[in-house]
Design a protein around this ligand. Structure first.
Ligand code: NAD
Length: 496
């Protein structure tokens, strides 16, 4: 059995643990590797090596740190297909989708290449007579990242390249369900010239996360995953006086106005809802049809029915299996609840399978109509290829529905009316809004700005906000004496 190695102090090596978690191919549930639940002493070695590396890494000039990112970006591009193949083998994603997962991470590395410009402080000369004030950004120390299964390349790459480019060192605990991809990313990072200890990768589950939330050497924690775990991590990390940013679950609505371009709406909703088997935190899981646009629902369901799941290297596959039998069972149970609660199931993927891969975690595309806010399929994050269609009469009703939802990751509106789009973008209580764009994931020079229960913290992932998250600001007020030497002590607060 292939054991997933860890990366500690610049060495990629096997854990000495006796506890392992199987890593499976979701298309047939065959075990392809096993992830170690690393021992306490291995965790200690990882944190200690990150702490020791910080002493020297923080003094490496920022332009040299940026050059490591440049070499890393080139290596990731060179190995793009290889990483995507590993990623597809452990997530079940189609090859093209797996390549997209890697690519969105490469774009963040490109952002990290700009660290010298991004880390610049501010200066104001002569804030008082003879006095200048300027600020500078300095790294925090050791930072930690805990990542989910659904983007095993992109989400680790949201975290460690920017943190490390800022002069920090990092301990990453990737998802135990797909740790092979993050290990390939780590191997290439060493090849790019990262010194020992700057990046450490540890493995396991809940027990291996706890030290990352409590150890005083760790200064900041980045997390992406589900709501209950995100809340626990935010509370524990902040109670232990750490900076924390926790990205959590989602229920993303798309509002379809009757004046929208129908072809554009239907084409976009197909991929946005069932693409990646609905296992995207920005997937559209609720389509809100306003007024007469409700007549498009049957045609939308027929177009979604044309998408066929399949194995990763099947060129005709629209998406792959769910990550695990547990994830499949949960989605099937929610589909059943939707039927029991009276939603109309226009397309039912619960019996779907792929010939030759019957033991895989398959769920076919599924569409419900007549969904109401009380139903479990509306209230829960399904995280499967299931679209819930709802109907309202006005834009105001649509806004009220979306704003009453506890999540606030992403939303979109389809319309040809500038006034409707502006009203929506201004009043919707969601952090990322698309106008005739179904999944508005911002490019890395902006930040990934989920709201409400989709995010706990203040400063978001990547872009300028991430630079602030991974640095402290120091503000210096300086006076160089020329001829104006004060004649005696000043005992009052200066007023000019
Ligand atoms: P998860 O919460 O089960 O696991 C995420 C990470 O937390 C893993 O590394 C896991 O080992 C660890 N973990 C699990 N239970 C823990 C516990 N009790 N204590 C400490 N650590 C624990 O999430 P998942 O199933 O891997 O990922 C899917 C979820 O992630 C979905 O809810 C999805 O919406 C969310 N997600 C959100 C975003 C976003 O940007 N908002 C992006 C991607 C995924």
């Amino acid at each position: 059995m292939r054991n997933v190695p860890m990366l500690v102090n610049g060495e990629i090596k096997a854990s000495e643990t006796t506890q392992f978690i199987p890593v499976t191919n979701p298309a047939n549930n065959e075990v392809i590797a096993q992830a170690p639940c690393i021992t306490d002493s291995e965790m200690e070695a990882a944190i200690a090596s990150a702490q020791a590396a910080f002493d020297t890494w923080k003094d490496v000039p920022v332009s040299e740190r940026a050059r490591v990112m440049m070499r890393y970006q080139a290596l990731l591009k060179e190995h793009h297909d290889e990483i995507a193949t590993i990623l597809a083998s452990e997530t079940g994603k189609t090859f093209d989708d797996a390549k997209g997962d890697v690519w969105r991470g490469i774009e963040v590395v490109e952002q990290a290449m700009n660290a010298p410009a991004l880390m610049m402080g501010e200066t104001v000369e002569n804030v008082a007579r003879g006095i200048d004030t300027y600020s500078m950004t300095q790294p925090l120390g050791v930072c930690a990242g805990i990542t989910p299964f659904n983007f095993p390349a992109m989400i680790p790459l949201w975290m460690f390249p920017l943190a490390i480019a800022c002069g920090n060192t990092f301990v990453l605990k990737p998802s135990e369900q797909d740790p092979l991809t993050p290990m390939k990313l780590a191997e290439l990072f060493l090849e790019a010239g990262a010194p020992a200890g700057v990046l450490n990768v540890v493995h396991g589950g809940k027990d291996q996360v706890t030290p990352l939330l409590t150890d005083p050497r760790i200064k900041a924690v980045s997390f992406v995953g589900s709501v209950p775990v995100g809340q626990h991590i935010y509370k524990t990390a902040t109670a232990n006086m750490k900076r924390a940013q926790c990205f959590a679950g989602a229920k993303n609505h798309s509002v379809i106005m009757p004046d929208a371009n129908k072809e554009h709406v239907l084409n976009n909703l197909v991929g946005a809802s069932v693409g990646a088997a609905g296992q995207r935190c920005m997937a559209i899981s609720v389509a809100v049809f306003v007024g007469d646009s409700r007549s498009w629902i049957p045609e939308l369901a027929s177009r979604i029915a044309e998408v066929t799941p399949g194995v990763w290297d099947d060129k005709n596959a629209g998406f792959g299996p769910l990550i695990s039998p547990q994830a499949k069972a949960r989605v099937l149970s929610l589909i059943q609840q939707g039927k029991d609660e009276g939603a109309e199931c226009l397309l039912d993927g619960s019996e779907f399978t792929v010939p030759g891969y019957e033991s895989g975690n398959w769920v076919g595309p599924t569409v419900f109509s007549g969904v109401t806010p009380q139903m479990a399929i509306y209230q829960e994050e399904i995280f499967g290829p299931v679209l819930c269609c709802m109907q309202v009469e006005t834009l105001e009703e649509a806004l009220a529905l979306v704003n009453a939802n506890p999540y606030g990751n992403g939303t979109s509106i389809f319309t040809n009316s500038g006034a409707a789009a502006r009203k929506y973008q201004r009043n919707v209580e969601v952090g990322q809004v698309g106008i005739n764009v179904p999944i508005p994931v911002p490019m890395p020079f902006f930040s990934f700005t989920g709201w409400k229960n989709s995010f706990y913290g203040d400063l978001h992932a990547y872009g300028k906000q991430a630079i602030r998250f991974y640095t402290e600001t120091k503000t210096i007020t300086s006076r160089w004496l020329e001829d104006d030497i004060p004649s005696g002590p000043n005992l009052t607060i200066s007023i000019d």
